[in-house]
Design a binder for this molecule. Structure first.
Ligand SMILES: [Zn+2]
Length: 453
């Protein structure tokens, strides 16, 4: 990071800076008033909860405001489609004619949710992205290959928009052309940076090595920015991706629904993701069990509640996205102050096995510990949408190479024991040789860890 950039970021990210607190209060109040005055939906919602943003005096007052969740969002969007011919929800706060782009995010239920952006909203995204770029060392003019799913999904075209505004030289190939084509185009274009999901980065590495005889360590990729899956913060996966590209830096970027993303990125220290937008998004930590807002102290765990600041198009006030995180407030070894998060999992994905809460990503982490024996490609078998599972939990596991039946049985036994010891539930594994368990992706290019049968 350039010293002058570091200095600016130091101020922008410092949550102890009293000016930041004042700025957040001012912007939050303005955002709430904007929603109240420009959307009958919000006016009714706030009135029903007995809150009036014109009387908002302290950040803590936000705790009295009603939360928003994806079910309410979908309902609001279904209504606006009927009443106003657009899917941006009854909570739309601006003139539909001023909307500049519609993006979508996938839902676990299969119904997408939609976000609109005005030109001003996009300008805030550009500011957030520029901070991410500085932390990840992205220089103007560097060649950035976008190999994620390049579409209306939030991480697709919006990322390209940010990259171009920042001044990167974008190579928008998109992951849907297939890993082979991506590798081929890498040899022709020599990108400095690659953007994709962590699972796709692994597929690219494998494809190049085993089927194409292309040495990706010689391509000159300096950094890989990954998103959308927990792998970007899992040390084993980060190392594998870094090694696959000859020691390139791996950065995990993230966002929060309704915010002007990206709002998180990891740095070279790889110790959680820095919250890079404290002046553009207000975060709360929530405990579903007690229905209370938790203090943002070092080590605290809870669900993040997101409120974008300064958003013009349909802000989501207090959106509960279901991201369970652990907060770190200790200074990072990179020197940047502020808050970092580690994503523990999504509340929606959580499994409940004999009273034990388990995230699929935690199961995968245990299996990734068997480096050189298991690839980390797994599939958890479920029979219904319900989180409650009767043990044993059935899991398909891919081995490295093609071990003998005896070796497979031994590995199955070791992993099952480790799961029992570490995660406290009984698993029943089925072992597959490498390549026999195909990786499946959702519409947004995220790897699926759950298989419904
Ligand atoms: Zn750092």
């Amino acid at each position: 990071m350039k010293p002058e950039d570091f200095k600016i970021l130091q101020q922008e990210l410092d949550l102890n800076n009293p000016n930041l607190g004042d700025l957040q209060l001012q912007k939050l109040k303005k955002q709430l008033i904007y929603c109240y005055d420009n959307s009958p939906y919000y006016k009714n919602k706030f009135d029903a909860a007995g809150v009036n943003p014109h009387q908002f005096i302290a950040l803590k007052d936000l705790e009295n405001y009603p939360t928003f969740d994806k079910y309410e969002e979908r309902e609001s969007q279904a209504q606006s489609l009927k009443a106003h011919d657009h899917p941006l929800g009854m909570h739309l706060t601006c003139d539909i004619k001023s909307v500049n782009r519609i993006s979508a995010s996938s839902g676990t239920t299969g119904t997408p949710s939609f976000q609109g952006h005005t030109a001003f909203d996009r300008s805030i995204m550009f500011k957030n992205f520029a901070r991410l770029a500085k932390i990840t060392g992205l220089e103007k003019g560097e060649k950035v290959m976008m190999a994620g799913v390049m579409s209306m999904w939030v991480a697709g075209i919006p990322t390209i928009d940010c990259l171009m505004e920042y001044g990167a030289n974008v190579i928008p190939i998109g992951g849907l052309v297939g890993a082979q084509k991506v590798v081929e185009m890498m040899t022709f274009t020599r990108p400095d940076v690659l953007v994709c999901t962590p699972s796709y980065a692994r597929v690219i590495i494998k494809k190049a090595k085993t089927e194409m005889n292309v040495d990706l360590t010689k391509i000159g990729v300096r950094a890989i920015s990954v998103y959308g899956e927990p792998g970007g913060s899992v040390p084993e996966i980060v190392k594998e991706i870094s090694d696959g590209f000859g020691g390139a830096g791996v950065y995990d970027m993230g966002g929060g629904t309704g915010c002007l993303n990206p709002i998180f990125t990891s740095c070279e220290a790889q110790s959680g993701m820095h919250f890079i937008a404290p002046d553009h998004a207000y975060l709360e930590l929530y405990d579903r069990a007690t229905k209370t807002v938790l203090p943002m102290v070092d080590g605290a765990e809870g669900e993040l509640v997101y409120t974008a600041l300064e958003r013009e198009c349909g802000p989501l006030v207090r959106f509960m996205d279901g991201d369970k995180v652990r907060i770190t407030l200790k200074p990072c070894s990179c020197g940047l102050p502020g808050m970092r998060i580690a994503i523990l999992g999504r509340v929606d994905d959580m499994l409940l096995i004999k009273g034990v809460n388990v995230f699929p990503s935690a199961i995968r982490d245990v299996i990734l510990g068997f480096e050189g024996e298991a690839t980390g490609n797994i599939r958890i078998i479920k029979h219904s949408d319900a989180p409650v599972i009767d043990p044993p939990l059935k899991i398909k596991v891919e081995c490295v190479g093609n071990p003998s039946p005896t070796q497979k049985a031994a590995l199955k036994e070791s992993i099952e024991q480790k799961i029992k010891r570490q995660l406290r539930f009984k698993a029943a594994l089925t072992m597959f040789s490498e390549g026999d368990l195909t990786i499946e992706y959702g519409a947004t290019g995220k790897m699926k860890l759950i298989e419904m049968v």
